[in-house]
Design a protein around this ligand. Structure first.
Ligand SMILES: Nc1ncnc2c1ncn2[C@@H]1O[C@H](COP(=O)(O)OP(=O)(O)OP(=O)(O)O)[C@@H](O)[C@H]1O
Length: 260
């Protein structure tokens, strides 16, 4: 009898032989990796190794950097995101991004969330929009703190609340993937813990990729870890294995604090 194997689900995103250049300088070298729906993947590595550069290739954020050039294939549900026919505004709604420093718009809390759904035509009425705003703020773990002050400015919130507002803003346009570039580095430990809790809650609903300098954080929030060094992907695998039994000496040296 032949053994039955369950075909594994196709990856949400796949990068194949990706190189990234800033002018003549190569920042990413021949990186291939898959990003699955069910996992949080952490990108770790010493400063300047290319973690953020690689993350930004996943929603074409590098398009906005003069002199940046991306080679190779990156697909979202099998579709090449660098194809000239790709609508980049639509892509960035499907692959949302949260930055290091919370960057709410100088608008009300309500309008920070409503902005994306309005421009993407996701609401037919004010009532629809109200539902979307409440749901996004609930999923971002912020509703109870702001429900009575939706008209206040987003910039008047605390840093941690602002970051959850930015996560809510990404969620409001129904993304499939959320990219987070050191989302806690400007936050205190309590606000950091809330974001980490939120990442746990969002897992499974969205594919999540997070760049972090903090290895404890990578170990806490991710199920997959990718270790970058000098622009290359040195090792990629199950987080617990990367942290307890890395295959490569460079990974071991980094996680044991020998450099970085
Ligand atoms: N806009 C840019 N123009 C030119 N070079 C850049 C630019 N952005 C990044 N680089 C270079 O590309 C390399 C990778 O940078 P990147 O910011 O991706 O690394 P990183 O691993 O995220 O670093 P960090 O952890 O310090 O944020 C570095 O050598 C950096 O100097």
């Amino acid at each position: 009898m032949t053994e039955q194997t369950t075909p594994s689900a196709p990856p949400k995103m796949a990068a194949r032989h990706v190189n990234v250049f800033y002018g003549d300088k190569q920042a990413i070298r021949d990186v291939s990796i898959e990003i699955d729906n069910d996992h949080v993947i952490a990108f770790i590595g010493p400063s300047g190794c290319g973690k953020s550069t690689f993350l930004r290739t996943l929603n074409r954020m590098n398009d906005t950097v003069a002199g940046a050039r991306v080679e190779g294939d990156i697909t979202l549900d099998g579709e090449n995101i660098y194809d000239p026919s790709m609508d980049v505004v639509q892509l960035r709604a499907r692959v949302g991004m949260v930055f290091q420093k919370p960057n709410p718009f100088p608008k009300s809390i309500y309008d920070n969330i409503a902005y994306g759904p309005r421009i993407h035509g996701l609401a037919n009425s004010k009532a629809d929009l109200d539902v979307i705003v409440e749901s996004a703020l609930r999923r971002a773990g912020l509703w109870d703190e702001v429900k009575d002050r939706l008209k206040d400015s987003g910039t008047a919130l605390s840093g941690g609340q602002q970051q959850r507002l930015c996560i809510g803003r990404a969620i409001a346009v129904e993304p499939e993937v959320i990219l987070m570039d050191e989302p806690c580095s400007a936050l205190d430990p309590i606000a950091t813990a809330k974001i980490e809790e939120l990442i746990h809650e969002l897992r499974g609903r969205y594919a999540i990729a997070i760049v972090t300098h903090n290895m404890q954080q990578a170990a806490r929030v991710s199920q997959r870890t990718a270790f970058f060094h000098l622009g290359t992907l040195v090792e990629y695998g199950v987080t617990s294995e990367i942290f307890t039994n890395p295959r490569e000496d460079r990974t071991k040296d980094y996680i044991t604090g020998r450099y970085g």
